[in-house]
Design a protein around this ligand. Structure first.
Ligand code: MG
Length: 174
């Protein structure tokens, strides 16, 4: 019996398009439309100065748009690999329940046993990790895929493999 390789997949900025959500909230709250070009190379908090106010609002995590092509690609990956979804939820405890129901709505083929809603990811073990933050990838001792997001734009890859989206991931891993 062959053993499937284990993939650890991040949620925010990988499965979920959190920049679009911040843009929506900012527009609704202040009337300001923040362009992608204004967010490049900045941290999320620098790009969206009101973000800490939005993430604690009820419904913020539950209504984030899905990243393009994430559903179809993950559905196929889930057959070929041992998939775990690993996401930091404890900084904003209200996010935990909303993230669970968000996954159930958009990725019903991922079971609750595959969800790791945690504090830090430094203890996570696997063969492949897909994440948009160096703070997670730098600790990982497998193959690390850096998912391009505005905050890591223009930054060195630090030895990780940069991917531009789910179509590219499907070409690399399927
Ligand atoms: Mg992330």
């Amino acid at each position: 019996m062959d053993i499937k390789k284990r993939i650890l997949v991040d949620m925010d900025g990988v499965l979920s398009n959190i920049y679009e959500q911040f843009k929506r909230y900012e527009l609704e709250d202040t009337g300001t439309l923040i362009e992608r070009s204004e967010t490049l190379g900045k941290t999320e908090q620098e790009a969206f100065v009101n973000s800490l106010k939005y993430v604690i609002k009820k419904g913020f995590w539950r209504t984030i748009p899905v990243m393009p092509n994430a559903i179809d690609t993950l559905r196929i990956l889930n057959k070929k690999y041992e998939v775990f979804i690993i996401s930091s939820a404890m900084e904003f405890p209200n996010s935990l329940e909303e993230k669970y129901y968000w996954m159930e709505e958009h990725f019903p083929f991922i079971t609750w046993k595959q969800l790791v809603l945690c504090g830090s990811k430094v203890m996570a073990k696997g063969d492949i990790m897909i994440d948009d933050h160096f703070k997670n990838l730098d600790y990982f001792d497998g193959r690390a895929l850096l998912f391009s997001q505005p905050h890591n734009f223009g930054k060195e890859n630090r030895g990780h493999e940069r991917v531009e989206g789910w179509v590219e991931i499907s070409k690399i891993l399927l």
